[in-house]
Design a protein around this ligand. Structure first.
Ligand SMILES: [Zn+2]
Length: 320
């Protein structure tokens, strides 16, 4: 009797689990579910998806992206999706091992940085005061810059990689996805052109940033000399020596503005700017959005337009 009861209980349990699975699968098959890690990928993917797929972002609003690691419920979300998009293995070093445990027949994985020419050896300027330009200190040898979306030709390549994922998973809607991606690439090309013209004729090309090393790709594309307060990872506070050195850099370069980033507290930048007697302008690295920007529906190109306004002001650029 006891054994029979056990069998029935097991059978019921199995039936409940199977029913749960099939309901889950039916729900999922209604619309392709896509999970993207960071904001640029999420914004590009939702533009390509239009109304044919549902795209969600892995990072919660306001979360610091470099130290982020997925929690168990994030892993469940990824495993239930049809497509997972990440930036590259330098931005999300946890992705490769996490994906080893997933059913890759069901889950399409997009490495959005595939084919990008990465910048290497370009950490912050810490211990780097003898070396001119962007190229970094010996102590940072081998460090790869993950912020590829801040070169808009890379952004276009990322759009292509994401588009290829959509077409592979949902070929029935390929023409629709291609059309949306082409529109987005057109807007990115126009943005690139506005940057090229807007930053062509400036009083200074020295771009000083009181944040972590975020804008190396952007600086390279438009011929700016970029120095940041701290390195790529943004996790450790800069030393007192680096702070003092940055104040000297600001004074000797003759700039009137120091740029601040969205991720770190403005305290360090404000301290530096006050010490050096310059004003602060904001730049958004677009890793993630705060809650307010999410509610306002801000897009990647909106953030970059505001950055261009502030860059032109900070570098004293003339209009054509
Ligand atoms: Zn960053």
């Amino acid at each position: 009797m006891k054994r029979l009861n056990m069998v029935i209980i097991l059978a019921v349990a199995v039936a409940v689990v199977f029913a749960g699975c099939s309901r889950q699968e039916q729900k999922e098959s209604a619309k392709l579910q896509v999970v993207a890690t960071l904001f640029p990928l999420y914004d590009f993917a939702r533009t390509i998806a239009g109304d044919r797929a549902e795209v969600t972002m892995l990072l919660p609003p306001g979360m610091e992206p470099h130290s982020f690691e997925p929690k168990p419920n994030d892993i469940v979300r990824i495993s239930r999706a049809g497509m997972f998009i990440y930036t590259n293995r330098y931005m999300e070093p946890w992705a490769e091992s996490l994906l080893k445990g997933m059913d890759r027949q069901r889950l399409r994985v997009v490495d959005a940085g595939q084919g990008v020419q990465y910048l290497q050896n370009v950490a912050g300027d810490e211990h780097d005061h003898d070396v001119p330009g962007n190229h970094g200190a010996e102590g940072h040898a081998g460090v790869v810059d993950p912020h590829i979306w801040l070169d808009f030709s890379n952004a276009a390549l990322m759009v292509d990689n994401i588009l290829a994922g959509f077409i592979a998973v949902d070929p029935a809607n390929a023409a629709y996805y291609r059309m949306n991606a082409a529109g987005l690439k057109g807007r990115l090309a126009a943005l690139d052109q506005r940057y090229r013209e807007g930053l062509a004729d400036c009083a200074t090309r020295v771009f000083l940033h009181g944040g972590h090393y975020t804008f190396g790709y952007l600086a390279r594309r438009y011929g700016l000399e970029y120095h940041s307060l701290s390195g790529i990872s943004s996790e450790s506070e800069p030393s007192a020596a680096r702070m003092a050195e940055m104040v000297r850099q600001i004074r000797s370069s003759g700039v009137h503005y120091l740029f601040a980033e969205e991720l770190l507290s403005p305290r360090l930048t404000d301290t530096l700017a006050a010490e050096a007697g310059v004003a602060v302008l904001k730049l958004h690295g677009a890793h993630n959005l705060g809650k307010d920007d999410v509610q306002r529906g801000v897009g990647f190109i909106d953030l970059m337009e505001q950055n261009l306004v502030n860059l032109r002001k900070g570098l004293a650029c003339r209009s054509k």
